[in-house]
Every structure is written in C-alpha cells, then in structure tokens.
Design a protein around this ligand. Sequence first.
Ligand code: ADP
Length: 196
Amino acid sequence: MVLEQQRGVTIWFTGLSGAGKTTIAQFLAEHLRKQKYKVELLDGDIVRQNLTKGLGFSKEARDENIRSIGFVANLLTRNDVIVIVSAISPYREIRDEVRQQIRDFVEVYVNAPLSVCEKRDVKGLYKKARSGEIKGFTGIDDPYEPPLNPEVECQTDCETITESVTKVVTQLKRFGYVQSEKEALTRIPPHPQILA
Ligand code: ADP
C-alpha cells in the first residue's frame, strides 16, 4: 500500500518496568512499518544511553529525561512521523506537560500489577531493588503515578501481546492516524523471542 499522506502522532507507552511497554511498542512498530508508515521508536533505555547519557533517577533527572524525549518526539510528530515512545515515565505532571506540547498524543497505559512485573523481572532489576543494590526503583521505593485518562489501557497480565497491540491499533484507526488495512494483524505467537 502506498500512503499519500501520513499524519504524525506520538504514541506514548507508560508503565512499570516489565509491564510490557517495549514488547508492545516493538510489535506495533513492526506492524505499522509493514504497511509503509514512517515510524520512529524512542526507547527510554536507549535514549538514556545516548541523548540523556549521565542523567540519574531523581525526580528532576527523570523529568529532564522525559522532557528531552518529548522534545524529540514533538519534532518528529510535526513532520508527520509516527513516534512510538516506550519509557516508564512515572510522573503524571511531566507526561501531561509533554501531551500539551505535542497535541497529537496517544497515551497508552501498560498496566500490570507490580507482583507480575516483579515475577517477570525481565532485566533482573527488581531483584537488585529488593536487595538494596539499586535505590529509587519505580514501584519499589519510588512512585509510579498511573494515567487518569489514557487513550488506551493494556492489561498485560490478562491479555495476549496480540490483544494488547490490537487495542492500540484500534484506537489509532479511530483517531484517524492509521487507515484500515485489509489484512488482519499478523498473528503473533504467544511466547515471542524477538527482544534483542
Ligand atoms: P517494559 O518495556 O515495560 O519494561 P518488556 O516489554 O521489556 O517490559 O517486558 C515485558 C514482558 O512481559 C515480556 O517478557 C513479554 O513477553 C511479557 N508479556 C506477557 N504478556 C504481555 C502483553 N500482553 N503485552 C506485553 N508484554 C507481555
């Protein structure tokens, strides 16, 4: 399919570490790229290794990190790129500040109970936080403020990855950022091994 015009939007995934932000973001990016949309993925961990290298995890540093991601996301969005941000972004106020700036903004709350995220412990960070090796870890000894009115909420403890991705795509279509495609969303196996 050749798209005549694409509308920019920032799709902002927020949630606890291990909730599923990166997983859903990557499948969404792949799904949209297959349909020839211009997509850029801004992953919190990768941004911290490059754009905001050296920033810590105090509230001020976290806000600064989110502001920087928001700034780049805004530049891309206004040039009609679909920007997918995956970042814990624990503070509501700064998320709302970014939302005001970008305007074409879809907030996705990737929601899974702390106990589930901790059991998954994808990066082994919860274990370190519990043992005190890491201080100020979101959900353990640092706050997470859930969105009050997200455009999408994915409950990854009781949804498959396909269901979570479909929820986001459905809203993007509803808001007119993505056109209806003839093919159904590519079936995603229940235990994918795509994470690099
Ligand atoms: P985050 O980016 O939020 O830190 P990750 O995406 O790295 O989290 O890890 C989430 C883990 O949860 C992955 O191992 C993924 O396979 C699993 N998972 C189970 N169900 C879902 C779902 N519906 N959506 C996203 N991830 C899921």
